[in-house]
Design a protein. Sequence first.
Length: 267
Amino acid sequence: MAVRELSGSVGEGGVNAGDDVFTVQMLLNQVGPGAGGPNPPLQVDGLVGPKTNGAIRGFQQTRLGFQDGLVEPGQVTFTALKGFFTSPAEFPDEAVAGPGAVRAHRLVYRDVRLLGNRPAGDTVIEVNFDTPLQWFLDSAKDTAAHTADPVRLKIMAHGAPAFVQFCRENLAIANLPALGVLRDSFRAGVDLFSCSAAFIAAGGGDGNVFCSRMAQLLNTSVRASTATQFYTPGSAGSGLDFGQWEGTVLTYGPRGDVINVEHAPRF
């Protein structure tokens, strides 16, 4: 994976588009404190404030010998930041498998309130408004325990910031601790195909906290978007299709930090 390019400047007096701020904050957090990175790490929230501006200046002063507080596309500060980027491991089923390569087992759960045809996957399970969340926990744990290949969980459901309409109880910050029983079950990561799950809503749900805590609880990478998602219902043969993600897609690592920022990638 490569670092997405900036569309405009970030920092003091910058354009500060949300997608670009996410990228700069994520990159700054990959710089160790001894190399000019922020300590403690920044909250990757897409918002520019004193801490982000200070982190930019601190990095510039330590690494470049100046501090104008601005990260601009194609300029020296952004180039230097990209040099610290450590790409997260590719999800196995997105890589071209060579001889002997291990392919992830795609475990797909779809809440049928998301209308469409049955999606494709290695194991596909459909739930509805009356399915207890505990049933999902039990079945997912059992599937992972009896699958030799690393499992990648894909949840397809309606969503909102810090909320996924899934099973009877849904998924929100308050009941995320229930996912702890699935810790280490999804070595190949988790995809939340839900609208705006990672978005931070003004006065509403904090998708950044939601996704970060989920990644920590499951001890794996969690990928979600800040934007509304569109999909086609598909046919009985092909299943519903999300096509290309919309908006900014954030990957949260097992420690809860943002380890990659993408814009509209193909899933």
